[in-house]
Design a protein around this ligand. Structure first.
Ligand SMILES: NC(=O)c1ccc[n+]([C@@H]2O[C@H](COP(=O)([O-])OP(=O)(O)OC[C@H]3O[C@@H](n4cnc5c(N)ncnc54)[C@H](O)[C@@H]3O)[C@@H](O)[C@H]2O)c1
Length: 311
């Protein structure tokens, strides 16, 4: 039985990852400081004999014995990561140093949850892994974007300098049950607004595009990446290439919830990327991975979850 550490394990993605790893017969240590995650996300896992929950902040060193590390700890939504930007950079950078140090000491494999934000507001479309990105180093999103870029640098330096076995996933927008209803991500925002009959907020004209990956597909990609051959480090894009404008997403949500919500338009925030779409050829070729849940099916499951927590 493998012992697996998941940092940020009480968050949206982390809780699904812990669940899946337990179901596959592993021993899971979930570490979280509950900054954006919650015990409620993993409460159903607590009785499991192979699940352990530890409150810990990854900006401090951690001494545990494990075979694999999934490093997911980091607030992911703009309102949360901009709330304490210094802490966001510390979590990405000090967190990476601490977890890489742990992996080095243990000879453990380590996977980094990086992000499509490393591409910034991209000039090439769709984004391939060899694109270096276009990121503002001094803007309000930089604590997250540059923090994640520096974490990638650290991963590759530990690999070159210390031969730590690394895996870097560049995750694109992911949605599904257990998203925080108040954390300002577009899918949860639209669904909550539609279910409450409130106006749906569109930033700019709503013509900016995003692609949305359902959580089970994403978790499958991370697990395949961890199991990939030793010489495959990534970075590898994991996301759904289906591209939708914010207006099209809002219309879908209104239709699927049967809501009477109207649209309301607000100014586009600083550095908001206009287009985002992963090229997943590499993930498909090396990991045999591609997403299988289409947007309507994923939205229906997510809407059901928000209805349950609302009632
Ligand atoms: N969901 C997405 O669309 C998406 C896209 C790209 C990348 N990612 C990355 O995936 C990871 C998980 O994202 P998520 O959507 O589940 O976000 P989330 O905010 O739900 O989860 C992050 C978790 O990390 C914990 N955390 C934050 N700072 C910590 C610290 N210093 N020490 C210990 N724990 C800490 C939080 O409490 C939370 O449980 C993040 O690293 C994020 O950057 C997510």
């Amino acid at each position: 039985m493998k012992k697996i550490l998941v940092t940020g394990g009480a968050g949206f993605l982390g809780s699904h990852l812990c669940e899946r790893l337990l179901n596959e017969g592993n021993d899971v240590l979930c570490v979280d400081n509950f900054y954006t995650g919650s015990k409620a996300n993993v409460a159903h896992l607590l009785p499991h004999p192979h699940f352990e929950l530890m409150r810990h902040d990854v900006t401090f060193p951690l001494y545990v014995e494990v075979d694999e590390i999934y490093n997911l700890a980091c607030p992911a939504s703009p309102p949360h990561y901009q709330n304490d930007p210094v802490q966001t950079t510390k979590t990405s950078v000090h967190g990476a140093i601490n977890m890489l140090g742990l992996a080095k000491r243990l000879g453990a494999k380590i996977l980094q949850a990086s992000t499509s934000e490393v591409y910034g507001d991209p000039e090439v479309h769709p984004q391939k892994e060899d694109y270096w990105g276009r990121v503002n180093p001094i803007g309000i999103r930089s604590c997250y974007d540059e923090g994640k870029r520096c974490a990638e640098t650290l991963f590759f330096d530990y690999w070159r300098q210390h031969q730590v076995e690394i895996k870097v996933a560049r995750i694109f927008n992911t949605y599904g049950p257990r998203m925080d209803p108040n954390d300002g991500r577009v899918v949860s925002n639209f669904i909550v607004q539609a279910l409450n009959g409130n106006p749906i907020t569109i930033y700019g004209e709503g013509s900016q595009t995003r692609s949305f990956c359902y959580v089970s597909d994403l978790i499958d990609g991370l697990i395949r990446l961890m199991a990939s051959p030793k010489d495959f480090t990534g970075p590898v894009n994991i996301g759904n290439p289906g591209e939708f404008t914010m207006l099209a997403l809002a219309e879908k949500v209104i239709k699927l919830t049967g809501s009477k919500s109207q649209l309301t338009f607000k100014t586009l925030p600083q550095d908001d990327p206009k287009q985002r779409q992963p090229d997943i050829e590499l993930a498909n070729r090396v990991l045999g991975w591609k997403p299988s849940v289409d947007l309507d099916d994923g939205l229906i499951k997510t809407i059901q979850y928000f209805k349950e927590i609302n009632s």
